[in-house]
Design a protein around this ligand. Sequence first.
Ligand SMILES: [Zn+2]
Length: 190
Amino acid sequence: MVRHTLNLIDRTHDDGNLNKISVITTTSPNAVGSYYSTDTEGQYIAVKPKSHHPRMTMAHEVGHFLDHRGFHVPTTGLTGDLKDFTPREDVGKFASEYHADFQEWRDAVRASQGFKDLTSPYHRKCHECWARSYAQWLARKDLQLTSELQKMRPDWVGVDQQWRGVWRDDDFAPIADAIEKLFKKKGWLP
Ligand SMILES: [Zn+2]
């Protein structure tokens, strides 16, 4: 399942010269996946195979890895406009929070109804919005991820009705455009 997502990512976009990162499976009752890192290095990704959407979880955690290690990290002068996002203590660890190239993406997320409807401070964190939007963007390119995405939508039976972490397709379109522009600028998309 993890391999499926990695193959999809390899087919979809370049990612420069990122270091390798280990992937392990987890049976944690608390999380379907996690990205473990120090401030400056990715350590490993954990994915729980027994969930409704392990491929999407893998995409989400790779999203964190790209956000953390794929973009240059300035040591001073963080410029991100983080209005409306839940602040983090160690802001600046993830490029989505401050990198100028993410500004259009940040604007698109804030303007979306899916973001406005979010009530959980955790889900309103900028880097969590990034990981979810990256996974949803990838899902547009793959049937298996698309079918997992359907199970993450609030109208899917069995999902917590409060969950609004997945954008409606029309609501998501400007966010997807912003991701593509960002990756093109980065040289990760032709
Ligand atoms: Zn996350």
